[in-house]
Design a protein around this ligand. Structure first.
Ligand code: CUA
Length: 377
């Protein structure tokens, strides 16, 4: 009875183990999030990669040496009989000095290269394009200052009075700003300095192929430098919030899209323009009426790229959303089917998100709203 129970328990474990292992492995390779940290692109990510590889090799060699030594000792000095007693020694100055100095030297060498890389990555790149990155549960907002004006980081670092929420709006000073969400557009070959903050909880901005992680902390400003190569033009790099930030942390994705300098300028110029007015009598025009009226969308979403989020407008700025390739925190492809599913039940698609529909939308209303969103180019 006892042993058969133990056998079945063991059989279950044997059957379950490969399944558990597969689940662990597969959870690391979501097909809609290819973001390989070991496939760096751009100088900043390569600096990190140049550190990862030698450290991994050193650690690997030590791992093999230590475990080979353990195996050797286990076999060579195993107890051969009941009477077998190993030679008794007490202390060995030479051995103790050896195993203290060798790791210390190794750590110092690795440390010197690490500190060098950290300082190098923190340097202010000359001629950088500055962009503010603001974390929200669960999406990223991007603010591009207008030409001639710069972001003013000091304003964000001021102490925030008790009970007052941090206002990332003050990032953008000196005139206008271009606001977008989810997808960060950058020119190739130009250093980009990201000022990163958050309006709610701590997030972490992480485009693995372009740079390391940087925390987005409410009321503080952190900095991350990225730069894309010439041959990255036209490429999209995926990223992920890397700090647990609530229910939909895993659904807080991001995209970095690289353009030539000219194409980037074209994109930015278009972002500044007001959205094209939908032609009267079309589904899109009916959708616009719903957006600003009965469906309540305009209560939370701006359709004006010059407006950063505020305490009332807490949804992503949807100016020119029709040009984006994804929505809801770069989570879903921007297409008819996904937009319809989202407007049917946003909570179902992205649990915990802050979009609450004040009314249940009919199929016709959804058709009109989707037409309107797609027309925003
Ligand atoms: Cu934002 Cu995790």
């Amino acid at each position: 009875m006892h042993s058969s129970r133990r056998r079945s328990w063991r059989a279950r474990l044997l059957r379950g183990a490969p399944l558990a292992l597969a689940a662990l492995l597969l959870s690391a390779c979501a097909s809609n999030a290819p973001q390989d940290v070991l496939d760096p692109d751009g100088p900043e990510a390569r600096k990190l990669d140049n550190l990862i590889n030698p450290v991994f090799i050193v650690a690997g060699v030590i791992f093999v040496l230590v475990y080979a030594l353990v195996a050797f000792c286990v076999l060579k000095f195993r107890r051969r009989s009941e009477a077998d007693v190993p030679k008794q020694v007490h202390g060995s100055t030479a051995a103790e000095i050896g195993w203290t100095i060798a790791p210390a030297v190794l750590m110092a060498v690795v440390g010197i290269f690490s500190v060098g890389a950290v300082l190098d990555l923190a340097e202010d790149p000359p001629g950088a394009l500055e962009i503010a990155v603001v974390g929200h549960q669960w999406w990223w907002e991007y603010q591009y200052p207008a030409e001639g004006s710069v972001l003013n980081p000091r304003l964000v670092q001021r102490p925030i009075p008790e009970g007052e929420k941090p206002k990332p709006k003050v990032l953008a000073v000196d005139g206008d700003v271009v606001v977008t969400a989810g997808e960060l557009h950058i020119p190739s070959q130009r250093p980009v300095k990201l000022y990163v903050t958050s309006v709610d909880v701590i997030h972490s901005f992480w485009p693995p192929r372009l740079a390391g992680k940087i925390d987005a902390v409410p009321g503080h400003l952190t900095q991350l430098n990225i730069k894309a190569d010439k041959d990255d033009e036209g490429k999209t790099f995926l990223g992920q919030c890397a700090e647990f930030c609530g229910t939909s942390h895993a659904n807080m994705r991001l995209k970095v899209m690289v353009h030539s300098a000219a194409d980037f300028q074209k994109w930015l110029d278009n972002q500044k323009k007001p959205a094209l007015k939908a032609a009267a009598g079309t589904d899109a025009a009916a959708g616009e009426a719903l957006f600003v009226g009965g469906a309540g969308c305009a209560a939370c979403h701006f359709i004006d790229s010059s407006k950063p989020n505020d305490d009332v407008h807490i949804g992503p700025n949807l100016a020119h959303v029709g040009l984006r390739t994804s929505f809801a925190g770069a989570m879903f492809p921007f297409d008819e089917a996904n937009l319809r599913a989202w407007l049917h039940n946003p909570q179902d698609r992205k649990p915990g998100n802050k979009m609450i529909l004040p009314v249940t939308l009919s199929e016709d209303q959804i058709t009109q709203l989707v037409a309107y969103l797609k027309s925003l180019k």
